[in-house]
Design a protein around this ligand. Structure first.
Ligand code: EPZ
Length: 428
């Protein structure tokens, strides 16, 4: 149980190195279950979700060693096909072991994830796609059971480019018989990273990054060494941090092409961005303009950066309309932001941000990971002191968040607290 205490008003300055992407690392760890060979992953962020995924793999029977520079996974022993509710409820991404287990053991029993703080988040696309590859599916006592006598490739046309469904199917299809074609596939950089990793294990995949992915099944996969793609969401969070504090920072170790629409929106608002091959320089200050934003699957504006962007738009001149198209309930933090002095009104999946706010520190709570990070940015932009509870949410996805911010000149402290109201609610 901990909270952040932030004294706002310090412009960020200096350079920050971005960690590996949470949303790739977790899936690469799951994919490691498909081989008896040794897997070494570099650039894995040491965050709570990675430790939870390590527990999931250990529960299944893999050896996982987490070192400062790499994570090693050895799944050569006998594996269990069950993933219990205690782990799935801690982290929904646990369900991405379903495809790998189905491919390797021909069965998986995974607790149903349930809803979370940002929406109901069904897994119907995962299940109908695996069924198309030859899985039989039934639910009992809160578990989903998938089993097969052997997977066979097919054409799978997703109703929506779901990231998780694309990943589960891509992994399962690697060891299926024949060719699988995923149409309307998700195109996120993390999908490309997973495809690269699976290819280095011996899989035959083409088209990742486009909306049609083709997988030719192979007999088996071997061990591999891979470096996780940089975390574009962490990078975007730091860029907004520079903007809201009127700072000037270099964000290093990234691929700016993964953030094209996000960067173009920052420029439209009035943030000065210079792009280099593996970094950006981000300079804030001056008067910001309003702009409208609509979240969409990649390459559209990322839903994971919607909350930080609302903080910035609160400081801009004029009204902005933010439309959330990916998740049903991703404006949950707006009430907390308004307590800091913002003026944001939510109606369905639209938020109207009335800009020109002067934020003032107070006590707030992080409702989920990205919203929690956004409240940290708001606290740094606010006058006076802001306390943020439930920061366990933030620990799930940002490596050394306060240390990186302190190195850039922010006045942010992690304070342990015995106040049970700061106890983190699970999920998302
Ligand atoms: C991944 O979630 C990420 N999580 C999310 O990041 C990210 O916001 C999201 O992709 C979109 O980019 C991980 O990678 C661990 P989806 P995922 O399947 O795979 C609906 C963060 O903060 N849907 O593309 O769950 C679903 O309800 C997190 O780091 C179905 O209806 O995203 C949602 O509304 C949050 N049926 C939408 O599609 C399904 O079978 C997008 O979900 C699957 C999804």
């Amino acid at each position: 149980m901990a909270k952040y205490v932030i004294n706002g008003g310090f412009p960020l300055a200096g350079a920050v190195r971005i960690s590996g992407a949470k949303n790739s690392a977790l899936k690469l760890m799951a994919a490691s279950l498909m081989t008896t060979g040794k897997v070494t992953l570099h650039n894995v962020p040491l965050i709570k979700d990675v430790f939870t995924m390590a527990d999931v793999l250990r529960e299944i029977g893999a050896d996982v060693t987490i070192g400062p520079d790499s994570v090693e996974i050895d799944a050569s022993g006998e594996l269990s096909h069950t993933t219990p509710y205690e782990l799935v409820r801690k982290m929904r991404a646990s369900i991405t072991v379903m495809g790998p287990l189905l491919a390797r053991l021909h069965r998986a029993r995974v607790a149903m994830p349930g809803g979370c703080n940002i929406g109901p988040r069904q897994i119907n696309f995962h299940l109908s796609s695996l069924e198309k590859l030859g899985a039989r599916i039934h639910a009992d006592h809160g578990f989903i059971n998938v089993a097969t006598n052997g997977l066979t490739g097919d054409v799978i046309s997703l109703d929506y480019p779901s990231v998780g469904a694309t990943e589960n199917v891509m992994m399962a299809a690697c060891l299926a018989k024949g060719r699988t074609v995923i149409e309307s596939a998700a195109r996120e950089p993390e999908i490309i990273d997973l495809a690269k990793f699976l290819t280095s294990m011996g899989a035959n995949i083409s088209g990742a990054g486009s909306n049609t992915i083709v997988i030719e099944g192979v007999e088996e996969l071997g061990g591999a060494t891979h470096t996780v793609v940089p975390d574009r969401v962490e990078a975007g969070t730091f860029m907004v941090a520079a903007a809201v504090t009127e700072g000037d920072i270099e964000v290093e170790g990234i691929n700016p092409l993964h953030l094209e629409i996000f960067i173009s929106k920052l420029r439209a608002i009035g943030v000065d961005i210079k792009e280099f091959d593996h970094s950006v320089r981000c300079r804030g200050g001056g008067e910001y303009s309003s702009t409208d934003i609509s979240t969409l699957p990649h390459p559209g504006f990322p839903t994971d950066l919607q909350a930080p962007m609302i903080v910035l738009l609160s400081l801009a001149r004029g009204h902005s309309i933010v439309t959330e198209n990916v998740f049903e309930n991703r404006f949950g933090f707006v009430d907390e932001l308004n307590r800091l002095g913002a003026n944001v009104r939510v109606s369905g999946h639209h938020a109207v941000v009335h800009g020109g706010s002067r934020l003032e520190g107070t006590i707030v709570e992080a409702p989920d990971l990205r919203a929690g990070a956004a409240l940290v940015l708001a606290g740094m932009a606010a006058s006076g002191t802001t306390e943020i509870g439930h920061i366990g949410h933030i620990d799930r996805g940002y490596e050394n968040f306060e240390l990186k911010l302190q190195a850039l000149g922010a006045d942010i402290q992690r304070v342990e607290t015995s106040d049970r109201s700061h106890f983190i609610a699970p999920f998302n």
